[in-house]
Each structure stands twice: as structure tokens, then as C-alpha cells.
Design a protein around this ligand. Structure first.
Ligand SMILES: [Zn+2]
Length: 318
């Protein structure tokens, strides 16, 4: 093949170098995001940074300005943490906003104007009164604006890495993200393909809460195997960390609407409200024991139910 002197170099495969460059950047950017350190203090959930990144990805996707005022992030991130984070007495939005810069994923142009406190973070008041803004670094933002499919992929990667699939759509809708990414994720979460079968078998193909056991022919419908301690938090795919739930109770369980206490009794969140179906789907099971596997060896292990109670269940008082 004759080399042309067009000024644009070609890669060995014949693609213009700009396409190759983009591919390299995409990989580097995805790697950066996947290197995000979030699980702190053992297995305590800290979804602050992932949720902040998802907010910033939506901001980019919607064609808005790169830098978002902390005041705006504070409101939106707080709501997301209330909805999808663990129940905590105080919800922190300053730390993720301030500390994401050290992951190389965040830019606060007027960072030097701000004095920090003993813990290394500035006060919320100073960020608000100085109208401090933050966002993706310029080159990253510019790159993502040109490559919307990378935004979709990153959003999917972050969701897969940090949240169970049953709540992905709820998060996407809350943030206003479009994620039509269908491709292969770079870091596929390894799943045990037998987990579902194992769990449904020990629970005799019925929901451990309501007993729902519909089948179409021989196939259970709307019956799922849920991890008690999330796979994303290191929960293993074993019987003692699984529970068979109908689709409705699975979603509620992963959102923290109810949990299971040390006696395998169902506890419902005090934060639920609504007027229809609550008695039928939820309150009638309050304090009742779940339908346990026939073999005690397969009953949920306490360490996993405790994790769910502490990290997922919306137990805090209003
Ligand atoms: Zn059910």
C-alpha cells in the first residue's frame, strides 16, 4: 500500500491515527474510572463517588457546562444518597466533591482559594458562599462530549460495579441518564451461573416473603435469587448469602424497603409511604419469619443479614 503524505498519520491497521488515539483515550479513561477507590472501612458502603460521577456523566450527556456549582451537586447528590445509599445519620457531599480530584477524575479550578479543615475537607459553608464549582477535567469532558457511547458504557460500568442490577434503572431514571450501551463491559463481574438454581432449589421455588411460586409450564416466572450481601460488596454466591424472592420483593429488598433481623423476621422501613398495596405487599409480613430453607445449613448467615440490615435497609429515623 502506497503511503500518502496527507499529513494525517495512519495506524498499522490503516485507521486514521485520530481513531486510534480515541480508542487509547477511551481505554485510559475507563481504566481511571474503574480504579476508583470507594469501599472503605471494611465492607461499609460508600457510593458517594460513583453517584457523583454518574451525575457528572449526565451533565455531560445533556450538553450542559463542564463545571457544576457545588450548591447544585449538594442538593442532587444528597437526594441520591438518601435514595440509594446506606442509611446514615449525616449525609456527606463535601468529601466526594473535594476528594474526587485525587482520583484524577475531577477538577475544581478555584481549589486553591479554599482553606481546608483538619480532616482535609473544606466546610460546606465555604463551598456554598464562594460558589465553588467542579466537574470532569477539561480534556476528559471534551472527549466524553465527542463520544456519547463512552458515557453510556462508563455509566453501565459504574452501575454494575457498585449496585445490584435490580436497582440500576431506578438510579438511571433519578439521574436522568441515557444508557443504551449494549456492548461488553470492560470488567465483567464474575457471576456464578448456578447461583439462581441453587437458591431457588433450597427455597423450593417460592418467594421467601410471600410464597409466590408461579410457573409457566415448568419455568418459574418473576422468581429471582437475590444476594443478601451484595455481590458488589464481596458477598459470595453461596446458599447462606442467597434468598429466593419474587421480583417485587427482590426490588424492595435491594432498595432497603425491608430487611431481615437476627431471628429471620421481616422488618420494614419507617420511611415507606403510599396508600395502595402496602398492607398486602409489606405490612402483613412485618415481624413474621421468612420462609426458610428446609435444611438449616442453608439458612441465611448472620454476617450477611447483618450487612444488609446495616448497609442497605433504610432503618434510620426521620
Ligand atoms: Zn414475594
Amino acid at each position: 500500500m502506497t503511503k500518502h503524505t496527507t499529513g494525517i498519520k495512519e495506524s498499522p491497521e490503516g485507521f486514521p491515527s485520530v481513531a486510534k488515539e480515541d480508542a487509547i483515550n477511551a481505554e485510559a479513561i475507563i481504566r481511571k474510572f474503574s480504579g476508583l477507590k470507594i469501599w472503605s472501612n471494611g465492607d461499609q458502603r460508600a457510593p458517594h463517588k460513583p453517584l457523583l460521577i454518574l451525575l457528572a456523566l449526565a451533565n455531560c450527556q445533556q450538553g450542559r457546562q463542564r463545571l457544576m456549582p457545588y450548591a447544585e451537586i449538594n442538593v442532587k447528590l444528597k437526594q441520591l444518597l438518601e435514595d440509594f445509599g446506606p442509611a446514615r445519620r449525616s449525609i456527606k457531599t463535601v468529601s466526594p466533591f473535594w476528594r474526587l480530584t485525587t482520583d484524577g477524575l475531577w477538577d475544581i479550578p478555584r481549589r486553591n482559594e479554599i482553606t481546608v479543615q483538619a480532616d482535609g475537607d473544606p466546610s460546606k459553608q465555604i463551598l456554598l458562599s464562594r460558589n465553588i464549582c467542579g466537574g470532569f477535567p477539561e480534556d476528559m469532558f471534551e472527549f466524553l462530549s465527542r463520544r456519547p457511547e463512552i458515557i453510556s458504557q462508563l455509566a453501565r460500568e459504574i452501575l454494575t460495579e457498585h449496585f445490584p442490577e435490580s436497582i440500576h434503572d431506578d438510579i438511571i431514571l433519578s439521574i436522568g441518564l441515557q444508557t443504551d450501551f449494549q456492548g461488553k463491559l470492560s470488567q465483567k463481574i464474575k457471576r456464578d451461573p448456578d447461583f439462581r438454581n441453587k437458591i431457588l432449589t433450597v427455597y423450593q421455588y417460592q418467594c421467601a416473603i410471600c410464597g409466590f411460586d408461579m410457573r409457566l409450564g415448568n419455568n418459574p416466572v418473576c422468581l429471582e435469587a437475590a444476594h443478601i450481601k451484595w455481590h458488589q460488596a464481596g458477598g459470595p454466591a453461596i446458599e447462606q448469602n442467597g434468598i429466593a424472592l419474587c421480583s417485587m420483593h427482590h426490588k424492595m429488598f435491594d432498595r432497603g424497603v425491608f430487611s431481615i433481623n437476627e431471628n429471620y423476621c421481616i422488618k420494614t422501613s419507617k420511611h415507606i409511604n403510599g396508600s395502595c398495596g402496602l398492607e398486602e405487599w409489606l405490612y402483613r409480613y412485618e415481624d413474621k419469619q421468612i420462609l426458610l430453607p428446609r435444611s438449616k445449613d442453608y439458612s441465611p448467615a448472620r454476617s450477611f443479614t447483618e450487612w444488609h440490615f446495616r448497609e442497605v435497609f433504610k432503618h434510620y429515623e426521620a
